[in-house]
Ligand binder design. Structure first.
Ligand SMILES: *Cc1c(COP(=O)(O)O)cnc(C)c1O
Length: 306
């Protein structure tokens, strides 16, 4: 079987005066350090797809994404690393950008299709590959059951890291003082985390910072979770998916200069603006411990818009 090492993704305490003044301890789980291009949740979500591809003796990975999809790049790099051909179906007209250039360097074949055609992935797959048995079809974003399963492993890391003791303390408390936060695009990462929290009955509340505008109906995809276990925050999309406003740019600059850590403009900067806003509004009680996932995606900084 394909051997895939666990990623290097330490939990670091980030000491910012504005958080400390509110009595909040803040940690970043550096999933962004797992690999420069197979970073964060994309690494987690791909893991079992890669193992499945190897077990099923597939030689090619096919997947889907927009022109700035971190998942396309992660698949291209992972395919190269673990010995698969990769084929990326890109939404929209033919473009060139640094992310797609990197995909091609890793050997990914790119095919651009109109937004209309892109909508029907099953039809796309069969038009390109028919009944070709050598090809593994990976959903957009790497999600689905297999992706969520990989994401659940993040919870295992919390059990052995500096959070373990805090977890024990949390259990004595009626109300969890531990908050685990991730940005939400498709939401499969948040669902994976929630599966782990629920399965292990941990005293953690999960928060999703939704980067899509007008995505309130996504709550339907979380109906099967206890509503006390999680919160979806919809007010931090910063103008909409992929939109980069001045507040976002300024925040990235300030955070980088204060911590030495870069945030991507599409997901993690918006998540951090959300966390900062909620802390300032006293949403979290003093004494709360927050751990946010930094899921990487730093190639997003090369769009020329930041
Ligand atoms: C893909 C991505 C997300 C969103 O993950 P979902 O599982 O789709 O919700 C968040 N942050 C980064 C950096 C990403 O690349």
């Amino acid at each position: 079987m394909l051997q895939i090492e666990n990623p290097y993704a330490p939990i670091e305490e980030i000491k910012l005066p504005t958080f400390a003044n509110k009595g909040i301890s803040f940690f970043l789980k550096r999933e962004d350090l797992s690999h420069p291009f197979i970073s964060g949740n994309k690494w987690r979500k791909l893991k079992f797809h890669l193992i499945a591809a190897s077990e099923q003796k597939k030689d090619t990975l096919v997947t889907y994404g927009g022109a700035y999809s971190n998942h396309l790049l992660a698949t291209a790099a992972a395919g190269a690393k673990y010995g698969f051909n990769t084929f990326g179906i890109v939404r929209g007209e033919l473009v060139k950008n640094p992310l797609l250039d990197l995909c091609e360097l890793f050997g990914m074949k790119l095919n651009f299709v109109s937004r209309e055609v892109y909508k029907n992935k099953d039809q796309l797959f069969s038009s390109y590959f028919g009944s070709n048995q050598n090809v593994l079809n990976i959903p957009e974003g790497g999600g689905g059951y297999i992706g969520e399963l990989g994401m659940e492993a993040v919870i295992e890391d919390l059990l052995v890291g500096p959070w373990n003791l805090k977890m024990e303390l949390g259990k004595e408390n009626q109300h969890p003082v531990l908050h685990l936060i991730t940005s939400v695009g498709t939401g499969s990462s948040l669902r994976g985390l929630l599966n782990g929290i629920q399965r292990q009955q941990l005293p953690i509340k999960a928060h999703g910072m939704v980067v899509l505008k007008g995505a309130e109906e996504m709550a339907n995809e979380y109906k099967h979770f206890d509503s006390n276990l999680f919160a979806l925050h919809h007010q931090f999309h910063g103008g909409g998916y992929g939109k980069i406003n001045h507040e976002t740019k300024d925040y990235i600059k300030e955070f980088a200069s204060q911590t030495g850590i870069l945030l991507d403009p599409i997901y993690e900067a918006k998540m951090m603006i959300g966390i900062t806003t909620l802390i300032n509004e006293n949403y979290f009680k003093p004494g709360a411990q927050i751990c946010a996932l930094h899921n990487g995606g730093l190639v997003g900084l090369l769009s020329g818009k930041v």
